[in-house]
Ligand binder design. Sequence first.
Ligand code: ADP
Ligand code: MG
Length: 224
Amino acid sequence: KSYGSGETKIVALRGIDLDVMHGELLMIAGPSGCGKTTLISVITTILSHDAGQCHVLGRDLQRMDERARAYFRRKSIGFVFQLFNLLPALTAAENVAVPLLIEGVPWESAKTRANELLRTIGLGARAASLPASLSGGQQQRVAIARAVVHDPALLICDEPTSNLDHQTGHAVMEMLRGLTIKSDRTVIVVTHDPRIFEFADRIARMDDGRITEVVEGKDRERLE
Ligand code: ADP
Ligand code: MG
């Protein structure tokens, strides 16, 4: 995958060869600019790749038109971002309910499910709070609940702990691991923070547009 053309062309991904399993939490780690966000943007159909093949959840992405891609993103993928990206005018529960509303779930049942989910992650008491009154760690937990409320088969988290202190990031990863891992769901976490490697089943190291190494989580010391 490259950006631009001619003299300003930047090759962001080159010869990526990676399989991600159902039911695993894979981390993609590497320095800033190595292509992590580009890779997950291709996997999630936000960007189209220029060459090679990418199959996600049994679909060949190159064979999907824009409409199919938009539906696929909405239905099958949950996103968690570095800056939480909660809607500031909506309460925590309303934020969590949004993906259900987009799917056409009626307001009352969407809100009930959102409240239940917030209770299971220990934020029931903050369900009616606006994001600005929550701590960073609480906001990210709400964002994770929002990302999985519609039960997507693939959860993508781009630097989910980068804006949190170490202890809070650890607690958020514990919650993410507990809430999101299911045998039929794949979780991909992009990070440049080795301190959260312990939550990974496998870690893929990226450098300069390539996957240079994939190790089992238990062997993570080899990367640190
Ligand atoms: P990472 O997420 O690992 O920091 P990115 O995937 O964002 O890396 O970027 C990979 C490379 O592609 C970098 O050299 C970056 O400058 C370049 N790049 C990313 N997005 C764009 C874009 N929209 N236009 C041009 N170059 C880009
Ligand atoms: Mg990035």
